[in-house]
Design a binder for this molecule. Sequence first.
Ligand code: 3PG
Length: 202
Amino acid sequence: MRSCPVMPVIVIDDLETAVPLARALVAGGIKVLEVTLRTPVALAAVKAIADNVPGAIVGVGTVVRPEQFAEAKAAGAVFAVTPGLTPKLAAAAREAGIPLLPGVMTPSEVIAALEEGFDALKLFPAEQAGSYAMLKALGGPLPQALFCPTGGVTVESAPKLLALPNVGCVGGSWLCPKDKIAAGDWDAITAIAREAAALGGK
Ligand code: 3PG
């Protein structure tokens, strides 16, 4: 979370785009990459990036089944992100030995995640959860939790979120516009990444 101010939420539809997309993001200074397990080629994309993109720190997102942690690790993922947390997912992440950024949305879910040993958490879906106001409010009673708000975050809203003491980074899909990927416009993606990297970090 402290390696980059923004973690791109990546959806790979065409495996051929995985490596050039990751290279474009890394060239722009965004090296922590969350490849979502939402498409049939996602794990192959993780492997391709892990094997071919020096400097990339590639993980998986949208993990919702316990067995996906070991599959992701075998593909080369070095971290995992979930949209929510259950005891089964927490145990499976621990068993697979892969660092997990679990999703939470309420104070009780934050406390449950802390009880499971996680203090770096994804606020998801951030916009619907209250985003800045929610994070500020959580920082009072639960200052030990560090958040990566994701869902509805934009390059415009990110700076205010990043200024909060309990925000380590933000997540968003805006760094990987589908039309730019389809067009192979990697320079455009590097420019977007550069702008995101310049938001600074902790
Ligand atoms: C997602 O799950 O797709 C992420 O929350 C990204 O949300 P965004 O498209 O609003 O950035």
